[in-house]
Design a protein around this ligand. Structure first.
Ligand SMILES: Cc1cc2nc3c(=O)[nH]c(=O)nc-3n(C[C@H](O)[C@H](O)[C@H](O)COP(=O)(O)OP(=O)(O)OC[C@H]3O[C@@H](n4cnc5c(N)ncnc54)[C@H](O)[C@@H]3O)c2cc1C
Length: 511
């Protein structure tokens, strides 16, 4: 989405644009695919607006059909739906019902969540000014934007103080580890408190493109082509020569550039960069320093995803939850489970079962948003949980990968059959899964990361200060800019779009 955004805005300003994509189709982490008549989303399950997506589409004159995507949260056999900000009370009551001895702590947590939701309202409550035409919209500038800017600057300061890991933040409020787990295990390890607790507000702002999330990148492809830009798929960039200002692909074809925006995994850029061609010693030194700063840094957690084709009508699922459910089958919490061990197959099997039992699942059901996304009377489900790349890698290296996948798939099916979807096990007509290794192979992102750098890195090798986000697109390499999920943290779809636009603006300015 970062590369597509940059390309679309540059094509719109009549620059000559070429976008190179290694896969057969564009979209990266925003993709859908078909299997036996079912449409599944392979990356992000629905898209949040965050004051970014819709204004971006509008500014590019892209029309596409988006349906509202309602998020549910389930614990054990209870499910609530987040329909508006008042639904926070339903989530609070659900937790209080599940943890009756902790109502006071839950109150304290929810007053923090409400306060942070208020900050999110300021951050994302208006259309991001980056996607507005200030010359055309003077009234908006004076009436909306300037008053907002004052509130924004005050909010940013408050957010800066809430960067500690969400777990540390919640542990100060409650010593009930299970309660803290149930809230915190929705998020990556060490996710900053404001980002994690503000997410409940972001859940209210999710949409689903009719036809699958792939329709979003597809609509950008069409717009880029209409504007005269060129896209070449199945073209993997294998070398960047900054002195010659030239890229090469795996076939040895070369592509000259005036300016390059790198919108993929950042370690890959520095790996394929021909450093020897750079003559200026100072520039070379800063590139070497940047490469070193990233060398031992890790991508964030990835996901294990189970795809199910089920011989049950979509109404069965609609009666249980909405199209997008975050479900925790058991209340014990993940921190009571042992780490996944890989010293023997038996240990891996035992610890995996525990890991899956006490975890939280993101369950998406495309056919509940668009009836055309599964054969009549049938339903496709996408069920995922956070998963560590290192475990999948080790299992692969030991030769147990296929067994591990099957065991994980069947364990998850058993858990859901016992809890939220009774009887589903006997109605499955197809199943398959993806792991962090699949995501690494598909998108080329280090450790199969789904939103850039891990929060557990001692220092995150990207810009983390929102007021300085414009800096995030700069690199020490002459005429090379960067965009996407590796350039700013915390990241995700809106950051990829924002940095894509910022990189396009920087290129336009420098040209
Ligand atoms: C399962 C899942 C769930 C998610 N859920 C959410 C969510 O709820 N909310 C949210 O905000 N975000 C979510 N995300 C993250 C979000 O989708 C990504 O952060 C965002 O889409 C990344 O976009 P990007 O353009 O920065 O990078 P990518 O999508 O990684 O795109 C990079 C592109 O570069 C291509 N490429 C890589 N190397 C090369 C090369 N050498 N030559 C040519 N092309 C190359 C890749 O094939 C890919 O198409 C999720 C992601 C996943 C996978």
């Amino acid at each position: 989405m970062a590369g597509l955004t940059s390309a679309a805005f540059l094509a719109k300003s009549r620059h000559s644009v070429l976008l190179l994509e290694k896969n057969e189709k564009v979209g990266g982490c925003v993709n859908s695919f078909q299997r036996d008549g079912y449409v599944f989303d392979g990356g992000i399950r629905a898209v949040e607006n965050s004051g970014v997506l819709l204004p971006m589409l509008r500014q590019l004159d892209i029309e596409m059909e988006l349906v509202k995507n309602d998020v549910s949260i389930g614990l054990g056999d209870e499910v609530i739906t987040l329909r508006n900000i008042d639904s926070l009370a339903d989530y609070q009551n659900l937790l209080a019902k599940c943890f009756p001895g902790d109502a006071g702590d839950i109150d304290t947590m929810f007053s923090a969540i409400r306060r942070i939701s208020g900050y999110m309202d300021v951050l994302y409550g208006i259309d991001n000014p980056l996607f507005l035409d200030m010359k055309k919209d003077r009234k908006y500038l004076v009436k909306v934007l300037l008053p907002w800017l004052v509130r924004y600057l005050m909010t940013i300061r408050k957010i800066e103080r809430l960067k500690e890991p969400v777990r540390v933040f919640l542990d100060r409020i409650s010593d009930n580890e299970s309660l803290v787990d149930i809230i915190a295990q929705h998020f990556f390890r060490d996710t900053p408190a404001f980002f994690a607790l503000g997410y409940l507000k972001i859940y209210l702002d999710y949409y689903y493109p009719k036809g699958g999330v792939q329709m979003l990148p597809n609509s950008l492809v069409k717009r880029i082509s209409d504007l005269g830009g060129e896209i070449r798929v199945s073209t993997e960039v294998k070398a960047v020569d900054p002195q010659l200002r030239q890229l090469s692909d795996e076939e040895g074809n070369t592509y000259a550039y005036k300016k390059l925006i790198w919108a993929a995994d950042l370690k890959t850029l520095y790996r394929v960069l021909n450093l020897d061609s750079i003559e200026d010693g100072r520039i070379k030194a800063s590139i070497v320093a940047r490469t070193k700063a990233m060398a031992d840094k890790k991508g964030g957690e990835s996901v294990f995803t189970l795809y199910l084709c089920v011989d049950l009508d979509r109404q069965y699922f609609a009666d249980i939850a909405t199209e997008h459910l975050f479900y925790t089958p058991y209340l014990r919490g993940l921190s009571t489970a042992h780490q996944i061990g890989v010293s023997s197959k038996e240990e891996t099997a035992r610890s995996l079962k525990e890991y899956f039992k006490y975890n939280t699942y993101e369950i998406a059901c495309p056919v509940l948003r668009d009836p055309d996304l599964a054969p009549p009377g049938k339903t496709g489900l996408i069920i995922s949980t956070l998963f560590d790349y290192a475990v999948a890698r080790e299992v692969f290296d030991k030769g147990w990968y296929e067994e591990f996948k099957l065991l994980s798939e069947n364990t998850i099916v058993d858990i859901l059959n016992e809890t939220i979807y009774p009887g589903i096990k006997d109605r499955i007509v197809g199943q398959f899964s993806s792991t962090p290794l699949t995501l690494l192979r598909e998108h080329g992102n280090s450790e199969g990361a789904i939103t850039g750098w891990a929060f557990t890195n001692q220092e995150i090798p990207a810009e983390t200060r929102l007021p300085r986000i414009a800096n995030s697109v700069k690199t020490p390499i002459p005429d090379v800019f960067q965009a996407g999920q590796w350039t700013f943290s915390p990241s995700g779809l809106p950051i990829s779009i924002i940095t894509g636009k910022l990189a396009a603006d920087a290129v336009r300015k420098s040209l």
